[in-house]
Design a protein around this ligand. Structure first.
Ligand code: PEP
Ligand code: CO
Length: 452
């Protein structure tokens, strides 16, 4: 079901408001030409997929589903390759299998991919050795090398971002369609890290139980697991670069309103979530479900305004609040935010992003996150929701299926010194394959503690 037309809103109404975090394109005519090009290209997703996701998110808000949202901090054009896309899907698939089994709930899988190309920055410029250039804002805008040429916002990149999103989605859809979900092959599971974990026995028990269950299912259905059901992956990204989002927002025949058909679940980031500014204005009128990042600077009264602005009809599945408060702050802030939403009488889906409030620098100045802080925020979020009579319906991670060394800790005990071995992220540090899988097992452990 689509939403009724939204009062005083149209696709370009965000242009009447202040738009933060936007680049300045030196060549306006080239920008208009690129936007015109993108707006004439076919949509990347369909309105019925978007509506299906909204329905799934509504169920997650009721506790009938659990949302697993994860992927890159920033996708890059260079990583639009089979191996990177496949390994990212593989880890999401494996985590979702562990969660399905452990939580005894269906998992809604949403990737941070096929469009996660724009990044908010704390400063518009970067200075190195006396030279000041525009900051790198993601591949959809400019290039990370420190030269005037590379950092100049280039409208052609809008078209390339569309193409890379479309190529990524093409492989995701093909893999999801068949074959890929055969997780019973032992070579698919790299579980060496478990031996290093104090929870090894508990983890092995879960894996054994999953294998038994899958075997049992195959016997009773006489089907291979991979042909039991087509797996669904939805896409999401931060709706940051508004002209691009506008170019992919479309009307759909026989349906009311406007859908962003560049992604299933656009979200508004922490730095652009002011109720009176352009990003909230843009998101307010879309038919899509939308996410809203909630940081430690969020006040209960601003959150109430945002909930009423983004979801005035209290539509099931419409609004997902993604809290990213930090392990030290979540205990202080989350209860008041939950109460504020309760005061509105509206229903939202609460999920936890335990990554973005826990970023720090090592003594060598490398950006990292501690596994224990990530898990710490997540466990507290589970506890606080339970204590408040609310419900944490999902998680949001920055992760990769590759064996990078960007976050410290985890069963292998990665130390700050280990970070130099395989630090590849251009923006935020991601959980690697083992840390991600360990996180999934840890969620199961916590969930079972709470729910028996
Ligand atoms: C992100 O998700 O990569 C991000 C920048 O998050 P936030 O807006 O929560 O800081
Ligand atoms: Co990030």
């Amino acid at each position: 079901m689509s939403r009724p037309a939204i009062q005083d809103w149209h696709l370009r109404s965000w242009r009447e408001k202040d738009a933060l975090q936007q680049p300045t394109y030196p060549d306006e005519a080239a920008l208009e030409e690129a936007l015109d090009h993108v707006s004439n290209l076919p949509p990347l997703v369909t309105s019925w997929e978007v509506e299906n996701l909204k329905d799934e998110l509504a169920r997650a808000a009721q506790g009938e589903r659990f949302l697993l949202q994860g992927g890159e901090c920033a996708e890059s054009f260079a990583d639009c390759r089979a191996d990177a896309i496949t390994s990212r899907l593989k880890i999401l698939m494996q985590m979702s299998l562990v969660l399905t089994y452990g939580l005894n709930t269906r998992i809604v899988r949403v990737g941070r991919f096929a469009g996660q190309y724009a990044k908010p920055r704390s400063s518009d410029t970067e200075t190195r050795n006396g030279t000041t250039l525009p900051s790198y804002r993601g591949d959809i805008i400019n290039s990370p090398e420190f030269s005037a040429d590379a950092r100049r916002p280039d409208p052609q990149r809008l078209v390339e971002a569309y193409s890379s999103s479309s190529l990524t989605l093409n492989l995701v859809r093909a893999l999801a369609e068949g074959g890929f979900a055969d997780l019973r092959h032992p070579e698919y599971w790299d579980l060496g890290f478990m031996e290093h974990s104090p929870l090894a026995e508990e983890y092995h028990a879960i894996v054994d139980a999953i294998e038994d269950t899958l075997g049992f299912l195959e016997v009773v259905t006489s089907q291979k697991l991979n042909s039991l059901e087509r797996v669904t992956f939805y896409t999401s990204h931060e709706a940051l670069l508004l002209p691009y989002e506008e170019a992919l927002s479309r009307t759909v025949p026989h349906t009311e309103g406007i859908y962003n058909l560049g992604t299933h679940l656009p979200w508004v980031g922490k730095r652009t979530n002011q109720p009176d500014k352009a990003h909230v204005e843009y998101a307010r009128g879309l038919q899509n479900p939308v996410g809203l990042k909630v940081g430690p600077d969020m006040t209960p009264s601003r959150l109430k305004t945002l909930v009423r602005t983004l979801d005035p009809e209290d539509e099931p599945g419409r609004l997902t609040l993604i809290t990213r408060l930090g392990a030290d702050t979540v205990g202080d802030r989350l209860p008041g935010l939950i109460e504020a939403v309760r005061d509105t009488g509206q229903s939202v889906l609460w999920i936890s992003d335990p990554m973005h409030g826990n970023t720090e620098r090592t003594n060598d100045g490398i950006k990292t996150r501690h596994f224990d802080n990530i898990l710490g925020e997540l466990e507290q979020a589970f506890d606080i929701h339970a204590a408040e009579g609310s419900h944490l319906g999902g998680v949001h991670f920055e992760l990769t299926g590759e064996n990078v060394t960007e976050c410290v800790g985890g069963a292998r005990g990665l130390s700050p010194d280990d970070l130099k071995h395989a630090y590849k992220s251009r923006v935020d540090p991601r959980l690697n394959y083992e840390q991600s899988l360990e996180m999934a097992f840890s969620i199961v452990r916590k969930y079972r503690q709470l729910h028996g």
